[in-house]
Design a protein around this ligand. Sequence first.
Ligand SMILES: [Zn+2]
Length: 127
Amino acid sequence: MNDQWCEVCDGAEVRRPSTWDPHVMLLDWNATAANVLRGLEAGQMTYVRFDVPVEDMSLLAQSELKYTIMTYLKCEVCGRDRAMGLCIRGEPIFRVAQPGDAEGWPWEKVPDESLWKHTPPATQGAQ
Ligand SMILES: [Zn+2]
């Protein structure tokens, strides 16, 4: 068990004060996901198992076609696993996972990409 702060996976986590209480720190999903993507591209993190790749998670979540979207990663720098997830209701997840957690997760079929994977339409004109 490695409890040392890891620059790659602990450092990927970005939190910001919530809008309703500055003492409540919420996960900044976009910033955290961007850091994780950089780690994946650099080979510092690898996928264990996922519903969809990290870059597609927000898009699938926005479609509300799947209740929970999970990705399990391994940090190659510290050797720990990470779980990250989005669900329709509730806060995004970014936490240390135990080896084997990915196998224990109740994976469900991902809706066909044609139903959710598209470029969001550009906002038309002013309000
Ligand atoms: Zn790490």
